[in-house]
Design a protein around this ligand. Structure first.
Ligand SMILES: *[C@@H]1O[C@H](CO)[C@@H](O)[C@H](O)[C@H]1NC(C)=O
Ligand SMILES: [Cu+2]
Length: 241
């Protein structure tokens, strides 16, 4: 027994020692389990696209940039525009880098909505704050280390429909070696909104920024800067002024 237990722990430990993935969601007071990448056979039916493990994506052109591998899920969560979606991570340890939350409007059913094309827009992001600079812990991802969750409001006047939501942690703790962690889930947005983002807020994923973007390939220890611009443009607030 003892040997069995130990060998299983030793086998599993390297898989889960570092990194992370979104493992569940809280939406309108309801908890939605995520896909269980480490136990696919026993994974509950989920609103989340399947993903294989906690490992990062290292290059912006990798197909896993989009949703860490999966392309569809059996379930979806309904949310009224204006309410918050909270993503939950079982573990997260990297304290430098932004959190970015994106959505994609599906043309039709979820079963054929994989997030292809120039249709992704940001609804929330947190890069660096304060004056302590890039090597500090004043980053969105440091907040995820502390809280193991991130809450974002769906833009109040977003038009109803089927959407994907994508939570992205961009870890910058290794100089010039960015690590992307992104998972996606399916949301049915309801409400009386009428707005959709204009073209200049829309990006393809992969491909929202080049690998050489100064917000992506950066040495947070060597570059004594106190400002940081998240790659992939500004957040669309849902209002057109
Ligand atoms: C809802 O999300 C917004 C950011 O979009 C955040 O400022 C606010 O604290 C969140 N509300 C809750 C109750 O988590
Ligand atoms: Cu990691």
């Amino acid at each position: 027994m003892r040997f069995d237990f130990l060998s299983r722990v030793l086998f599993l430990a390297p898989l889960v020692a570092g990194h992370g993935a979104v493992t569940s969601y809280t939406i309108g007071g309801t908890e939605y389990p995520g896909y269980d990448g480490f136990a696919p056979a026993s994974s509950p039916k989920s609103i989340q696209f399947p993903w294989p493990d906690y490992n990062p994506t290292m290059t912006v052109s990798d197909p896993k940039m989009r949703c860490n591998g999966g392309s569809s899920a059996p379930l979806s969560a309904t949310i009224v525009a204006g309410q918050n979606v909270t993503a939950v991570w079982k573990q997260w340890t990297h304290q430098q880098g932004p959190v970015m939350v994106w959505m994609f409007r599906c043309a039709g059913e979820f079963s054929s909505c994989t997030g292809d094309g120039k249709g992704w827009f940001k609804i929330d992001q947190m890069g660096l704050w304060g004056t302590e600079g890039l090597a500090s812990n004043n980053w969105g991802t440091a907040t995820v280390v502390k809280n193991l969750k991130w809450s974002s409001a769906i833009p109040q006047n977003l038009a109803p429909g089927n959407y994907l939501i994508r939570h992205e942690l961009l870890a910058l703790h290794q100089a010039n070696t960015p690590q992307f962690y992104a998972e996606c889930a399916q949301l049915v947005v309801t409400g009386s909104g009428t707005a959709t983002p204009p073209a200049d807020f829309l990006y393809p994923i992969p491909g929202y920024a080049p690998q050489s973007d100064p917000g992506i390939t950066v040495d947070v220890y060597g570059r004594k800067a106190t400002t940081y611009t998240c790659p992939g443009g500004p957040v669309w607030t849902g209002f057109t002024f």
